[in-house]
Write a protein that binds this ligand. Structure first.
Ligand code: FES
Length: 114
């Protein structure tokens, strides 16, 4: 299998608001792309590990997003809920090159929640 087939170009990094997100609809469900204050970009399944809340509607602070439903904090770089909460949202690899964001549609391994 050619892993390059899983990468899609999303568009300019500026299209993702800082401390906000943008949702990409895929056959496997919605993926939320987040941008931190520092301009780093991360991608998680747009589904909170608690009760499926839309993480894309949450507020980004540092490298975490707070779920809008019950305020669980999810680490953007791992997809793992911050203790004492448990669980994870599937994480997808992201690349930014020349200001353009590319997303890999194959989630990282390690999170069963996808
Ligand atoms: S659904 Fe996200 S914290 Fe409850």
């Amino acid at each position: 299998m050619n892993m390059n087939e899983h990468w899609i170009e999303i568009g300019p990094v500026e299209d993702i608001p800082r401390q906000g997100s943008r949702v990409v609809k895929t056959a496997a469900g919605n993926i939320a792309l987040f941008r931190t204050v520092e301009g780093e970009v991360f991608a998680l399944q747009d589904k909170c590990p608690h009760k499926g809340g839309p993480l894309s509607q949450g507020i980004v602070s540092g490298k975490r997003v707070a779920c809008p439903l019950h305020d669980w904090k999810i680490s953007l770089d791992t997809g793992i809920a911050v203790a004492p909460d448990e669980g994870c949202a599937a994480r997808f690899p992201v690349k930014v090159s020349d200001g353009l964001v590319s997303l890999c549609l194959a989630p990282d391994e390690g999170c069963p929640n996808h």
